[in-house]
Design a protein around this ligand. Structure first.
Ligand code: ZN
Length: 180
């Protein structure tokens, strides 16, 4: 029996409705809400891995334009998935939620060995975070209806990559909830 945590990646205003708007993100809000509520009720930690960029400094901004700038509304989690009292919020300045952040230390202290990785985008930040999770030896579980990307191809391709390269278990939110 593994000790799980949920990682919610970049479900921020700028990624859902703002400067890097992704219409497909709308379809995962309800399933994620259900997953987070269930996790909290079962004592499974909920960790938000949030883009939080320094303007004029972070290299990603040259590729993507300004988004999720520290201290702005665009860098806040969407109100439908608002973090609750006992959740954790870990800012990141790169694609990976592990790179130069508090995430690994926190997961070790929580005794977590399996990550349920959710949010945006399956082929970018979820993928880069999964790469580091795999390297650190975490088991990876990814809900199809709890991750998205700009296109269907990007979403499906992203999931296939996670499965092939990191051994990720691809499941539905309902199946993940049943295993809590
Ligand atoms: Zn970013």
């Amino acid at each position: 029996m593994s000790n799980k945590a949920i990682v919610v990646i970049d479900m921020l205003n700028d990624f859902v409705t703002g400067s890097l708007k992704c219409d497909r993100a709308q379809r995962i809000i309800l399933p994620l809400h259900k997953l987070l509520e269930s996790a909290r009720s079962k004592g499974v930690p909920v960790i938000y891995s949030n883009d939080c960029h320094y303007p004029g400094i972070d290299n990603e901004l040259k590729l993507w334009g300004e988004h999720a700038i520290k201290g702005t509304e665009g860098a806040e989690v969407i109100r439908e998935l608002k973090p609750q009292k006992d959740d954790f919020i870990i800012p990141k300045r790169r694609y990976s939620g592990f790179f130069q952040t508090d995430l690994h230390l926190l997961l070790r202290e929580l005794g977590v060995d399996a990550l349920i990785m959710t949010g945006l985008h399956a082929n970018m930040c979820v993928r880069h975070t999964a790469a580091d999770a795999f390297s650190w030896g975490f088991k990876i579980i990814v809900p199809t209806d709890g991750t998205e990307a700009f296109t269907e191809e990007d979403h499906q391709g992203g999931l296939a990559y996670l499965k092939q390269v990191y051994g990720a278990e691809i499941k539905t939110v309902d199946d993940i909830i049943k295993d809590f």
